[in-house]
Design a protein around this ligand. Sequence first.
Ligand code: SF4
Ligand code: SF4
Length: 381
Amino acid sequence: MAFVSSGYNPDKPMENRISDIGPRDYNEFLPPVIKNNYGKWLYHEILEPGVLVHVAESGDEVYTVRCGTARLMSITLIREMCDIADKHCEGYLRFTTRNNVEFMTDSKDKMVALKEDLLSRKFEGGSYKFPVGGTGAGVSNIVHTQGWVHCHTPATDASGTVKVIMDDLFDEFTGHNMPAPVRIAVACCLNMCGACHCSDIAVVGIHRKPPIIDHEYLDNLCEIPLAVASCPTGAVRPSKVEIDGKQYKTVAIKEERCMYCGNCYTMCPSLPLSDKEGDGIALMVGGKVSNRISMPKFSKVVVAFIPNEPPRWPTLTKTIRNIVEVYKADANKYERLGDWAERIGWERFFEKTGIEFTPHLIDDFRDPAYYTWRQSTQFKF
Ligand code: SF4
Ligand code: SF4
């Protein structure tokens, strides 16, 4: 063990440590009631949309109130969350994988006061700061990526699209009107920092044009060998151009090889690929992580392209609302969106939703994925 030979003692991990890099032990952050009953829980129930109770063998109870958040949040809002946690929850809160914030209390009375307090807090415009919901057979908060606010390769916005989708589906967030949970994800490029590959409905930003080359700046801004090496399809090669009688060392891009992934832009800021017409959204549906009833599934593309229409993305929200409504009306209880589509057949999915089936939707990515990827977490012994 290299670590041990260098003096690291696994029994005393903090000994002689000179930095505090790395996460602290999560046990330090558990609310006392959870710490006391760790691993000794009997069952849990969803009392109403957004409110859960977990009951321990000891008889202790934890009441959780789940609220949607914007994920990219201001410091003032986070401070307000901390104040709420101090006031009602002994200073504890947690975030779920879908960016909900959960406040936990150890009694029903405290939970009722907490919920009232949360719902009384509103923004200037009148919308809830902490909408309660996102549990069970409803639409949970959307897990999403950075979008135009922060990342360098987005083909669509994340915060903006999430805001308009959730504005439209707000009643489904605060209710339990669906046959089963509906999980929505947004990733603003194919890198998919979100959970798009396995969500009931997934919004994925896609580029459709190769990068533009800023020849005059490239040599000064970029390492040409890095830009060449970054391309997974070998579309980038070193080149020279002459502009106004001046020679520039630059790159050339074989456009028919480009798959618009943006890797080269990550390495070289003189190869931007954002484009007003080329960028937009692909919509995928039917994925899930859950093992319940059927094995986990990947999402499938059902709409190949929706243009970016900020600030309210009307085509996107209309298409998602339509899928949600048809699913809600047609699926059996407990049937996830992908299970429903498989039961009725994907042809009927397109018929019922009225979504046009185009050649872009045919999955021709076969070998060797079909026989090498393990696509299930269901194991047989
Ligand atoms: Fe950036 Fe792509 Fe991740 Fe969006 S999905 S945050 S564009 S890497
Ligand atoms: Fe290569 Fe991707 Fe850049 Fe296209 S966008 S040139 S595929 S690295």
